[in-house]
Design a protein around this ligand. Structure first.
Ligand code: 13P
Length: 255
C-alpha cells in the first residue's frame, strides 16, 4: 500500500479563530505561500461565519473551503444549526465531523457522528471523520479497540462507493493542542490499523484509496516525518494552520 498512490490532503482546522474581516488578508498571504504547489489538496476548515468571506477569497485559487460541523437533518426547527445543503450552497467542499472537541464539549456521540457523516456525503461533501483515543485509553492499552469502534460506528451504512467522500483523521486526543505529537511510529501504527478496519469492511481497493490524515500538534517541524509514513496521507492541523508560513511548510512537506 504505497502512499504514493494517494494524493495527500492537508487541511487546516481553524477552530474558533479568525474573524471574517481577517480572512481576506490571511488567505491572500497563504495563497502567496502555497500557489503552484500541486502535490496535495489544500483545505481550510473555518468557522461557519467565515465561510462566505473565505469562499470569496479562495475563488480561482487552489485552496478549498471546509466547515467544522454539519447538522444531519436537511432543514427545520434546529436553532443554531447549519445543514449540509447550506454548506454546499456557500461553496464548501469538506466538513470536519466528530472532532474530539465536539465529542468532549458538545455531546457528540458515535451515533451523531455517523448521522452527520451520512448527511455530508448525501449532499456531495467530503466528510473528514475524526477519531482518536484519550490519554487514559492509550495508557490502558485500548487504543486499538477505541479507534476501531469509532471508525466502524462512524461508517455504519456508508457504502464502498460513498467512501470516496470520506477522509479519516486520526487525532489522538492527548496530542491535540498540547504540543505533544504522537511519534511518527505511533501515528503510523494507528493509521495502518484504521486502513485494516476499512479493508475488512470494504475490501482492499477501498482501503488502498482512502485518505487517512494525522492530526495533533502537527507543525512545520514534525510534518515531514509524519507524512513520510506509509499510511499517513495528510494532516488535520489546528494551531499551525493559523500561521500562513507554518501551514505552507506543511504543504511543502506533502509535495
Ligand atoms: P493542533 O494542531 O492545534 O494540536 O490541533 C489539532 C486538531 O485538533 C485539528 O483538528
Amino acid at each position: 500500500m504505497s502512499s504514493r498512490k494517494r494524493r495527500p490532503v492537508i487541511a487546516g482546522n481553524w477552530k474558533m479563530n479568525m474573524t471574517p474581516s481577517a480572512t481576506k488578508e490571511f488567505i491572500a498571504q497563504l495563497y502567496e505561500n502555497v500557489k503552484g504547489k500541486r502535490g496535495c489538496d489544500i483545505v481550510v476548515c473555518v468557522p461557519a461565519i467565515d465561510i462566505p468571506a473565505v469562499a470569496k477569497a479562495c475563488q480561482g485559487k487552489s485552496i478549498k473551503v471546509g466547515a467544522q460541523n454539519v447538522h444531519f437533518e436537511k432543514s427545520g426547527a434546529f436553532t443554531g444549526e447549519i445543514s449540509a445543503d447550506m454548506l454546499v450552497d456557500a461553496g464548501v467542499k469538506y466538513v470536519v465531523v466528530g472532532h474530539s472537541e465536539r465529542r468532549q464539549y458538545f455531546g457528540e456521540t458515535d451515533e451523531t457522528v455517523n448521522k452527520r457523516t451520512r448527511a455530508a456525503i448525501a449532499a456531495g461533501l467530503t466528510a473528514i471523520v475524526c477519531v482518536g483515543e484519550v490519554l487514559a485509553e492509550r495508557e490502558a492499552d485500548i487504543t486499538e479497540e477505541v479507534v476501531s469502534r469509532q471508525v466502524k460506528l462512524a461508517l455504519a451504512d456508508v457504502t464502498a462507493e460513498e467512501m470516496k467522500q470520506v477522509i479519516i483523521a486520526y487525532e489522538p486526543v492527548w496530542a491535540i493542542g498540547t504540543g505533544k505529537t504522537a511519534t511518527a511510529e505511533q501515528a503510523e501504527e494507528v493509521c495502518a490499523l484504521i486502513r485494516g478496519v476499512i479493508a475488512k469492511k470494504y475490501g482492499k481497493q477501498v482501503a488502498r484509496e482512502v485518505i487517512i490524515q494525522y492530526g495533533g500538534s502537527m507543525n512545520a517541524k514534525n510534518a515531514a516525518e509524519l507524512l513520510a509514513m506509509e499510511n499517513i496521507d495528510g494532516g488535520l492541523i489546528g494551531g499551525a494552520s493559523l500561521k500562513a508560513v507554518d501551514f505552507s511548510v506543511i504543504v511543502d512537506a506533502a509535495q
